[in-house]
Design a protein around this ligand. Sequence first.
Ligand SMILES: Cc1cc2nc3c(=O)[nH]c(=O)nc-3n(C[C@H](O)[C@H](O)[C@H](O)COP(=O)(O)OP(=O)(O)OC[C@H]3O[C@@H](n4cnc5c(N)ncnc54)[C@H](O)[C@@H]3O)c2cc1C
Length: 403
Amino acid sequence: MPETHQSEILVAGTGPAGLIAALAFADQGFRVLLAGPEPNDRDERTTALMMPAVRFLQDLHDMTGLVDDAAPLKTMRIADATSRLIRSPFVSFNASEIGEDAFGFNFTNRSLNRQLAHAVGANTSIFRQHGFISKWKPGEQNVAVEFDDGTGTEAKLAVAADGRNSPARAAIEIATRRMDYRQSAFVTDFEHELDHENASTEFHTDTGPFTQVPLPGKRSSLVWMVRPETADELMAMDAAALSRAIEDKMQSMLGKVKAGTARQVYPLSVLLAHSFARKRVALIGEAAHVFPPIGAQGLNLGIRDVGDLISAVKAKPDDPGSADVLAHYNRLRRPDILARTGSVHLLNQSLLSDMLPAQIARRVGLSLLDAFAPLRGLFMREGMHPGSGFQHFKSAAREQIRR
Ligand SMILES: Cc1cc2nc3c(=O)[nH]c(=O)nc-3n(C[C@H](O)[C@H](O)[C@H](O)COP(=O)(O)OP(=O)(O)OC[C@H]3O[C@@H](n4cnc5c(N)ncnc54)[C@H](O)[C@@H]3O)c2cc1C
């Protein structure tokens, strides 16, 4: 019979959000039980993490090896590749404009998951339960769970990082708002003739963004949002045809392209939990919010969930799952999660919509961003760290208007 652990904090889920939460709580001196299967080592995606998220991870764990395998993101561009009547300008953002060397780094998920799993394995405050939670029993003083091997445990606080179909969320009866886009993300990587100069380009197309993100050397990763039937066609294409298709979409910006062999498809949707904590369970990562991969937001938001949950718990560390702590966490997360989910959804809808007002709004927004440097600064800073953009905006705008 496997051993049963009693822990102060139970973390459910071994995706990146769960691994990071386990490390963060252990770093605060809590005993953590992390439950879930072995981390996914067949994930062919890459994750662009902005500098605040990278720094958060660096504070938890030596990231040297991880950063060596990643490419810095120094420039981010948006290009209109739609066939719409109203088209938007090409907008370019440079990290140097806001005094940063890079906006962040693009990591392969394999490497990110491997390094996080290694850090968890080396941490003596984290106990592992290598299996799924089969039953949740939230209570007044503790939350109890059963594992699929028949054992169980109790904890003061459970951190639910158990993904978009979160069984924990269902057990504490938090409802969600969901929307299916009939859109899929086709994911692969490719080599190219020209140097990417650490720039990422998001081409806006009629079916959603086609986003190239730099990897080390003359290589980039690709997230191509398409109709599900197009994703099936891309999966079935031979290497030469796929290479040509990518080069065409890139308008040969990076010269000749050679597509990699690894290809995956992810169905896309939007999901927003009505609240983010209840009954000694706090939702983080995709258990709380899911949206399409536009502007590299998902895990960045998940890492901010962890940061805010730690802040809420620090105010009352003797009972980390109390109603006060959970209410505090809810208040901290609501504005950030609602703003990100809403803006990504709106941008995606404006691309998919044939309606003229949506196209005009997108064009006006991007034209303003192109022409007005303070607004560009606001957009870049807010993209990296919510709230920080507005602090700089007023003085920069005043200065530009004065000039
Ligand atoms: C194509 C694509 C590209 C993306 N690119 C970016 C990007 O560049 N930047 C960015 O910030 N974000 C990006 N994202 C979003 C990012 O990938 C997600 O936010 C992130 O993977 C979510 O991690 P998670 O740990 O919350 O969920 P998951 O990775 O889904 O992990 C959930 C975990 O819970 C476990 N689990 C489920 N049920 C149970 C149970 N009963 N008991 C125990 N464990 C359980 C699962 O096994 C799994 O390990 C992208 C997403 C997509 C689709």
